[in-house]
Design a protein around this ligand. Sequence first.
Ligand code: NAD
Length: 380
Amino acid sequence: MYINSDTVIDGRSHSEDTQSNELPALKNILVTGGAGFIGGWFLRHMLQTYGDRYVVVCFDNLDYCASTNNFKTVSHFTNFHFVKGDVCAPKDVEGVFRDYHIDVIVHFAARSHVDNSLYDPLSFTQTNVIGTQVLLETARKLGSIKRFIHVSTDEVYGENDAQSPIAFTEEQSLHPTNPYSASKAATEMIIQAYRKSFRMPLIIVRCNNVFGPHQYPEKSDLELIPKFITLLKQGRKMPIHGDGRTCRAFLWAGDAAEALDVIFHQGSDGETYNISSNNHLQVREVAEKIFRCFHVNGTDGLDRWVELVADRPFNDSMYWTDDSKLRALGWKQRTDFDKALQTTVDWYCRDAEGFWPNLSGVGDNRIAVDGDPIAEGYCN
Ligand SMILES: NC(=O)c1ccc[n+]([C@@H]2O[C@H](COP(=O)([O-])OP(=O)(O)OC[C@H]3O[C@@H](n4cnc5c(N)ncnc54)[C@H](O)[C@@H]3O)[C@@H](O)[C@H]2O)c1
């Protein structure tokens, strides 16, 4: 059992909450949302990098964007397990904690599609806020968790001023502007409270947009890249919100997995870390680059493949975060955006069909994984 709120002497500043970064002996990792995009990259990375050093338990309710193909290449590891369960269900969560003697959590499970959050905000609060608090409460009651990494987003900051942008550090106050980012910010407030009141070993990670193979395509904004690729592949136009000048920072999923590995091993409890990308691109620039992957001979005809659609009621103009704290731990972004984009396009053209059970167009179900050779050439 963690220290009770009654016995905690409070009133310290955020940085004073930071505890020693000496890594406790960790063994049994619960990866919530591991059948999703980033969680899948992280659990494959951990198993492929560290072999049998950790027991990795993927806990996921297999929502529409999930696929068991995300862990197909590591399912032969005897130290890998999959448990179907809901983070909002205390019984499911307590069951997996007890059955696998969980001592560390990396929490990805969430609803993350901004546009859906505008239509059904309550379900985002339910999964993202309540689901996280169920994990925290179970961890608090059982008292066995030595590290809990919560995966949050740059969107909690709200937008940077596009006219004179300053990169947000982790100390920046939070100003979310849509129900998705608000639910992630609300979750962070609960985590701050559990850090203070119960002195739980909690780390928050705020990540820029991640892209790469295995990201569910029929979404937008965060999932802009797979969506545009899939539409072009189908001979359909890429819909761009407003004038397409909205800017996002894009990070290759392999770089994100390495950043999470560094935080897992070297991060300090009580800290918050930005994971940032140097690749700041406007949505229309991304559309042009994707178009070029299909039509190598320049941008002639791009206009025919772009459709400007009504913008959201409010659309953050840009997110720019400062990741000095993470870089001081030794992480750096390694992957060139254009090469990573080409790899991503190739994967969607070659291997995406049939990857997700509920996505139309079931194909031959070939699975590309980290390290697989990527076919040369283009879709057309
Ligand atoms: N994709 C990005 O660019 C990005 C950027 C910053 C932060 N994030 C955060 O990273 C995390 C993972 O994002 P992603 O893009 O991999 O999302 P994703 O939608 O691909 O994966 C989410 C996973 O969570 C699972 N899940 C959803 N509700 C659940 C529940 N109630 N119980 C158990 N499992 C549940 C889903 O089945 C899915 O496998 C999210 O917390 C998101 O907010 C994502």
